[in-house]
Design a binder for this molecule. Sequence first.
Ligand SMILES: [Zn+2]
Length: 419
Amino acid sequence: MRSKRNNLVVISVDALVYEDIEDRRELPLFDSLIENGTLIKSVTTIYPTLTHPVHASIIAGQPAGKTGITANTRFTPGSEDMPWYNSLSEIKCGTIFDLTKENGLKTAVCHWPVTAGEGDMIDLLIPELMDKDVKDAEGDLLKAYKNIGTSECLTGILSEALEKYGYSIAHPVYDEIQNACACEIVKRFKPDVLFTHPGLVDSERHRTGLFSPYVKEAVKRTEGWIKDLINATKEAGTYENTNFIVLSDHGHLEYERIVKLNVLLIKEGLIQTGSGYVTSWQAYAQSLDLSVCIYLKDPKDKEVRGKVRELLKKWTGEGIIGSVMTAEEAAKEYGLSGDFSFICEGAKGVCFEDGLTGDAIGKEISEVPGCKRSAHGHRPEKGPQPVLIGFGPDFEKGKVIEKGNVLDHYDLFKKLLGI
Ligand SMILES: [Zn+2]
């Protein structure tokens, strides 16, 4: 075992996949990090492949059934805009932050999902900001950040970044703010551990498809942010004893159709509405983008269960649904359990929405001419896969590992931190 523990910087580049960094002629920093570090080319992630569930699983080392973060949003029937899981207290099991706290490590988090509201667990915290937080603070971003647990000692850094880059939570402004704050945190506070999460690659994939020129540009821009962070450790005098991990949460798949299963469930008489509101329901769908959970009000009601099973079979035949699992099957295969009764993956090219009105099936067209759209939430073995690059004093140089698992990252953090 090492006699001296090194610092750790974890950068989660949302939706980065191996194909993005395979050709590195225009990505000199990625090239040098891989040359001088360890690369895992294909990291199996959890199901569902959604940002908040995966980030919770990364910091807990447990699948979604154990963390309780089984979707981006909390199941809220009747709401077309279900509230997001974003508080650390919503994670049902222990996380890496319990251990860093216990071991007296100075811990910083900048925009890592599902870390809000726990200023005493994380020493230096700027949580991920959600649309609802901004709305609750009537558009005052600094107030919104404070409301969700941003550390008092970071409000100065945050104000400066907002002033410099703009008062917005849209990418890439949001990422610029985040990276400026992360760099300042490194320089001023020299934390033992820092977790941060640039989201531009993911947002460009959603907007313009899997491998558009915009995605390529976003990867290059993200490389610049990683460089800034490395330089911040050099300025802080901590570079030589810092391990860096660049990882990602999930891939994407392209889609062309939007399906609102709740509109179909209304037609089938399994959801009742009045004056535009849901008055009662027997079966209700929650979108996981490329997958969907079906909840039964009374899971023991055999008649409703049978009817839903028949409908799922019919929708499979109609090319809406690709595959169906019961909750028990999902728990067995993916460690995914919750209060839902079925989890279905969409057929190829289908993305689900929570809406209760309008057309049940619609066409989705990218706002950018010549581009498609893409999303995630699909089964983890499908499509391009996330990666991990580790470099620094404790990583082997030039090592390439073909396959890894996102649930092993937690043990890697522990090992690197000597805890
Ligand atoms: Zn993501």
